[in-house]
Design a protein around this ligand. Structure first.
Ligand code: HEM
Length: 443
């Protein structure tokens, strides 16, 4: 079964699901042959949701800049952002857990998404706007409207979508929220442009500033508000929910498997005492090997994606077994665990599985890290378009887990067991938003 190519029929989209062994035969091909951008734009209805590249061939289009920013500047600056991330994690916990009560029961999905929203906004648009409730409302409402629009239009034939969209309220809500975001960014962009030649002002290190500098460097108008807001929408779309679900799953697994807690805490204490301070640095995060394994195992056993490495073939794709998929085909591979039991398609949770594998195969150690991306680890995709944000995402998840383990015991409410993971009609993970976790204060 694992050697077979399947044709998956989704509403108005047919996708070839290839065996995982074919990843290297398509994921590394150049963009003018196998396109990630075009797939994303069509799959997520970018024309109405602003997700994916609106201009895949333009190297200076907002989406390509987002990818460049995440791959270069954002990843290089993780050390710079890490203290702010830890500060935000601490203050978010402080604000949401009662100080005069030793136990707080939280709806863990909303808590984790809210946490990631807060700390990513500080990195993308600066601390002030990150704390502005109107900005948050515009971003959240835009996200909800986009999901609604994509969900509805997906059920309409491709040729009918432009007409159908004119009769729907969703696209108008999306646009209205884009305008709200633009109104909030306008004064900041204007001020930054006015200050750009002033030597006495240290420029902030956020995405807005990177955008201005990049525009100037390539001779584009930095005062392009609508393109900047589209880029911010795409950054939010890529980073917040995915990281939030990673944090959520780690918290749920700590609560479900308390037998790992002592080992995880002992490792944390050892790393902190070697480091000589409570605050974690990038090198100390790398030493949290058991925690890394636990996070990776959490992501494996409740996968955010059933399918991964979605691409569109712009030209025919010839596979090594002689199969030729025609131009305009969509392809992907299953991202489920290749080593899962054939019958049950699962493997039991083993939090230190990857830690042991690193020790047993030191020459292959990097393959077992939570940030690794390869045919056996598809949580972050694979090839040149594998997730460039994964280094920051794992740093954020570790910072959140470290804070939670240090200050709280995590437990599930006695009447609540985690549900079997659910995936919707287009095979996207739909987390249990009612799942609660109890945070019992330790220190
Ligand atoms: C646990 C958190 C995350 C998960 C599970 C995740 C997962 C993914 C996956 C599966 C892809 C598609 C890769 C492929 O098709 O080969 C992707 C792409 C991408 N992700 Fe992430 N991601 C996460 C966090 C982030 C963060 C924090 C950012 C940025 C702030 C980010 C930015 C991106 C971008 C820009 C792309 C598109 C890359 C390209 O087209 O070349 N991601 N991510």
């Amino acid at each position: 079964m694992r050697e077979t190519i399947y044709l998956l029929r989704l509403p108005f989209r047919r996708i070839y699901v290839l065996p995982q062994k074919y990843i290297n035969e398509y994921a590394w091909k150049p963009d003018d042959h196998i396109s990630s951008n075009t797939d994303l734009y069509e799959r997520l209805l970018g024309r109405w949701t602003y997700v994916g590249s609106l201009t895949p061939d333009d190297p200076n289009g907002p989406y390509n800049w987002v990818v460049e920013y995440v791959r270069s500047e954002l990843t290089k600056q993780i050390s710079f952002y890490l203290p702010a991330v830890q500060e935000d994690v601490a203050s978010y916990f402080h604000a949401h857990t009662a100080s005069d009560n030793d136990k707080t029961t939280l709806p863990v999905h909303d808590f984790c998404i809210g946490l990631c929203f807060a700390l990513y906004q500080r990195i993308f648009v600066g601390k002030e706007l990150a704390r502005d409730p109107e900005w948050k409302a515009a971003c959240v409402e835009l996200g909800l409207s986009s999901v609604g629009v994509a969900g509805s239009l997906m059920r309409v034939p491709t040729w009918l979508r432009p007409a159908a969209a004119t009769f729907m309220s969703g696209p108008r809500h999306v646009k209205a929220n884009v305008r709200r975001m633009e109104a909030k960014i306008r004064p900041i962009l204007t001020e930054r442009l006015e200050n750009k030649h002033r030597g006495d002002i240290e420029p902030p290190r956020d995405f807005i500033q990177w955008w201005i500098q990049k525009s100037i460097a390539v001779g584009r108008d930095p005062d392009n508000l609508s393109a900047l807001v589209v880029a911010l929408i795409q950054l939010n779309f890529a980073g917040i929910r995915s990281t939030g679900l990673g944090v959520m799953q780690s918290f749920v697994d700590i609560a479900v498997h308390p037998e790992y807690t002592d080992d995880l805490r002992a490792e944390l204490e050892r790393v902190r005492s070697t480091n000589g301070r409570e605050e974690l640095t990038v090198p100390s995060l790398a030493k949290l090997e058991k925690m890394d394994s636990f996070i990776k195992e959490s992501a494996r056993h409740v996968a955010q994606n059933v399918l991964s490495v979605y691409r569109k073939a712009l030209r025919p794709l010839r596979l090594s077994d002689g199969t030729v998929l025609p131009a305009q085909s969509y392809v992907c591979v299953p991202s489920i665990d290749p080593d899962a039991d054939q019958e049950t398609a699962t493997r039991p949770f083993d939090g230190f599985r990857w830690y042991r594998q690193r020790i047993e195969q030191p020459d292959q150690g990097a393959r077992f890290l939570s940030v690794s991306s390869n045919a056996q680890a598809l949580e972050f995709g694979a090839g040149p378009h594998a997730c460039p944000g994964r280094f920051l995402a794992v740093a954020v998840i570790k910072a959140a887990v470290a804070h939670a383990l240090t200050h709280y015991e995590l437990r599930l409410p006695s009447a609540q067991k985690p549900k079997v993971p659910q995936y919707n009609h287009v095979l996207v993970y739909t987390p249990d938003t009612k799942q609660k976790v109890e945070f019992v204060r330790r220190i």
